[in-house]
Structure formats: C-alpha cells, structure tokens
Design a protein around this ligand. Structure first.
Ligand code: GDP
Ligand code: IMO
Ligand code: MG
Length: 424
C-alpha cells in the first residue's frame, strides 16, 4: 500500500502533469484533490499533446482516475474533456467523480469576470473560470454539489434558491443580465444523464484501494504559493493546494500519506498579479519565456518569468513536508551562460533571511540576493541519467539539494513523457 502526493512547489505550471503521468505508470489510482478548470496540465506523449483540466493526469496511462470532493467541477468542461479524450482514442471509463464535489454554475463565471472587472488595478488576475465564487458559495453553504444533479427535485430547488440571490447580485451589483431558471435546470438534467455513471463515494474508493495494497497517487493542482491559507494572499487561488489538502480534498486520513514529491521548475513562473521577488528585469525574462514556451495552458496569458527562488522553495518544502523533488525544465536553462539563484531575501530593515517572510509587507518589499552559478550551454537531449548531465548542470541540481536538504530524484529535460532523468 502506498499513498504519494505530487504537489506544485511554486506558483503553478511546474510540470506536475508530466510527473504525475510518469509516476502513474507504476500506480493503480490517481486522485485529484483540489481546484477545477483553472488548472491546465500539458502532457506530451509520442509527439501528441494533451491538455487536461479536470481529469487527473493518470488518464493517459489507462489508470482509474478520481476527481475528489475538494474539487470544483464545470460539468460542461468535464464532459467536453471526456469527449475530446474519447475522440483521440483515450479510454475514459475509469474516470470517477465524487458526489461531494461542487459544481461551477454560470453565475460563478459571470461573478468572477464582473468582480475582476470591478477591481480594476487591484484585480487578482484570475483565470475567470468561476473558481473563487464557487468555493465562496461552498463556504456559504449555498453551493450545488455533484450529487444534487441526481435528483431532479433537489436540483431544481437548489438552483432556484441560489438564483434568487445570485440574480440580485448580477443585476444590481454588477449590472449583468439575470440567469433563467428553466434553461439552467434543463441543461443540468442533461449533464446529469452524462455524469451519473461517474459518480462515486470517492473516499470509499480510495480507502478500498489502499486496503487492497494498491498504489495511489494524489495529483495536486496549482502550486504551493497559490494556497488559500499559506500562499501569497490575496493573489492565490481559492483551494488548499498544499499536500495536506490531499487528505481533506479526497476524504482520506492524513496518516495514510507515505510520501510527498514536490515539483519545481528549474526557474520560476507566475501567471496573474502579485509580488514575485526573483522576477527577471530586462530581456532575459522574454528570452526565458520564449525558450520555455511560458504561456498559460488555460488562458494563453504570458507567464511572468524569474530565476529559481530557494527562499520560496524552502517554504514549500516546509508547508508540504516534501521528501523528494522533481526539478523540471532544466533543458530551458541550457541557453544561459550564467544562472542566478535566489538564496536569500534582503528585508525592509536591511537584514537578510533564508525564511519566507510571514508578513505580506515584508514579502512585498523583499529583494532577491543571488548566487550566480555557471551555465552549461549545451543540450541535455543525449543524457540518460542525472549522472550524465554536464558538470555545471549537475552542480545546479546539487546546489538545490544542498540548500534545501532534499534529494532531487527526477530531472526534466524536455516536454516529452520520456524526457525525465532519474538518479541512477
Ligand atoms: P502543470 O500545470 O504543473 O502540469 O504544468 P503545465 O503543463 O501548465 O506547464 C508546464 C509546461 O512545460 C508544459 O507545456 C509541459 O509540456 C512543459 N514541460 C514539462 N516538463 C518539461 C521539461 O522538463 N522540459 C521542457 N522543455 N518542457 C517541459
Ligand atoms: P496549474 O494546475 C498557474 C492563478 C491564476 C491567478 C490566481 C487565482 O496549471 O498549475 P483562480 O482562477 O484560481 O481564481 O486564479 O491563481 N492560477 C494558476 N496559475 N497555474 C495554475 O494551475 C493556476 N491556477 C490558478 O493565474 O493568479
Ligand atoms: Mg498548468
């Protein structure tokens, strides 16, 4: 029996999907525990590119895939994802959906968009997929859950209650059109027909798998610094992204987790607003973006690019209890003669710290202190293990390990499934 959590250690898009896909080969069950279609995981297998939003990244390995209670699901997006995969010959009959997950409703999308518009300069830069409003309704106990679509009477009643309030907000606060009850009920009855066979007690499915000695992977969405409680609030998403969220978001006791693998890019990217101490100033930012293809999977937005930040990564090791790291996209750094790595922050008072500032104003004011490592300036395509990397690239990996006191067991050298090096 084993339960392994894969967690993004930065601000998302670390290449988690690719690592989960790789590790899913030797697993039986892959479970997503948080987030919704704000996540975008790109997998490249034999030259074919797949972009997953809701469905865990074990699907391409033919594994049972569970969408847990902690997720928020846009039924239209999920159905179109199932259809797309199906039309490409990927079997989706092993996709399971928790009846306790919440549904993203049209008013969540409308409010997310209108609220960002209203915030203007103070906007968070959300993906506008309705995530925050959906989790807010869940906390308000006004949400509509997957299991509600199983009973037409309950569905109609819940939509009616929610709409009575949401239409007021839409019309009076945001100046938007109200949403009609009848159209919505009809649409969700059609979704119900399609999703009914997928709905399970996800907690029980996972418990049974673990008791049967199966290997279970937990597929974290987003990244540690986007965590609602511990991230760079308010520039965060609305769910727990940290490894502990795997227990809460799937209905598994935390003592069942055996190991936590953090996924970090060899540099850092961030989409949306918010402080970012190691963001690159000058032309290297654009260069890194182009070399790394750093454009959002969900929104197509330019990702902001920075040098590797070990202060933030140390914080992620702490928050998640990371015991192994996967360092992705090392190949992208092959083009630079020198590689700055942020090892400390200079603080407002003029001191320096290796620990992530607990106070938002300290973090806003933090300035990066860099050690500059030599680049290797040669391609990594021919390497088949970490030991075969050029000396400077090995030095980069070892520097990270030394500073964080965590072993790097996987190194990404390309987007393809096969472009991952192990230590051996
Ligand atoms: P996720 O959300 O964490 O799964 O990451 P995304 O899929 O949003 O973004 C990571 C991007 O980098 C995707 O386009 C991947 O195909 C790509 N990628 C992942 N690992 C590597 C790697 O080691 N090298 C390169 N060059 N690309 C990678
Ligand atoms: P994956 O799983 C990168 C960011 C958004 C925004 C903030 C809040 O692909 O790594 P939201 O729509 O969640 O309310 O937006 O969080 N964000 C992500 N950034 N990768 C993601 O997911 C993200 N999910 C949310 O850009 O700054
Ligand atoms: Mg992504």
């Amino acid at each position: 029996m084993s339960a392994t959590v894969i967690v993004g250690a930065q601000w998302g898009d670390e290449g988690k999907g690719k690592i989960v896909d790789l590790l899913a080969r030797d697993s039986d069950l892959v479970c997503r525990y948080n987030g919704g279609p704000n996540a975008g995981h790109t997998l490249v297998v034999d030259g074919e590119t797949y972009k997953l939003k809701h469905i865990p990244s074990g699907i391409l390995q033919g594994k049972e895939c569970v969408i847990g209670a902690g997720c928020v699901v846009n039924p239209e997006v999920l159905i179109s994802e199932l259809d797309d995969l199906g039309s490409r010959g990927v079997a989706t009959d092993l996709v399971r959906l928790s009846g306790n997950a919440h549904l993203i409703m049209p008013w969540h999308l409308a409010i997310d968009q209108a609220s960002e518009r209203r915030l203007g300069k103070l906007a968070i830069g959300t993906t506008k997929r309705g995530i925050g409003p959906c989790y807010a309704d869940k906390a308000m106990r006004l949400g509509i859950r997957v299991q509600d679509i199983l009973d037409p009477k309950i569905l109609r009643q819940k939509i009616e209650v929610a709409l009575a309030e949401k239409n007021l907000w839409l019309e009076r606060v945001y100046g938007e059109q109200p949403i009609s009850l009848e159209g919505l009920v009809e649409q969700h009855e059609a979704f119900a027909e399609r999703l009914r066979p997928l709905i399970v007690d996800a907690s029980l499915v996972i418990d049974t798998a673990l008791r049967d000695g199966k290997r279970v992977l937990f597929d974290g969405a987003h990244g540690t610094l986007l965590d609602l409680d511990h991230g760079t609030y308010p520039f965060v998403t609305s769910s727990p992204t940290v490894a502990g969220g795997a227990a809460v978001g799937t209905g598994m006791g935390p003592t069942r987790i055996d190991s936590v693998i953090g996924v970090a890019k060899s540099y850092v990217t961030r989409v949306g607003q918010g402080p970012f101490p190691s963001e690159i100033e000058g032309p290297d930012q654009g260069r890194l973006r182009e070399l790394g293809g750093e454009y959002g999977t969900v929104t197509g937005r330019e990702r902001r690019c920075g040098w590797l930040d070990l202060v933030a990564l140390r914080y992620a090791v702490r928050l998640n209890g990371i015991d192994r790291l996967a360092l992705t996209k090392l190949d992208v750094l092959s083009h630079f003669a020198e590689l700055p790595i942020c090892v400390r922050y200079r603080t407002r008072g003029g001191g320096e710290t290796r620990d992530f500032p607990a106070h938002q104003s300290d973090f806003h004011a933090a300035e990066p202190v860099y050690d500059v490592l030599d680049g290797w300036q040669e391609p990594l395509d021919e390497c088949s293990s970490v030991a075969e990397l050029p000396a400077a690239a090995q030095g980069y990996v070892e520097f990270v390990e030394r500073e964080l006191e965590v072993e790097v067991t996987l190194v990404g050298t390309g987007a393809e499934r096969s472009s991952v090096l192990t230590r051996a």
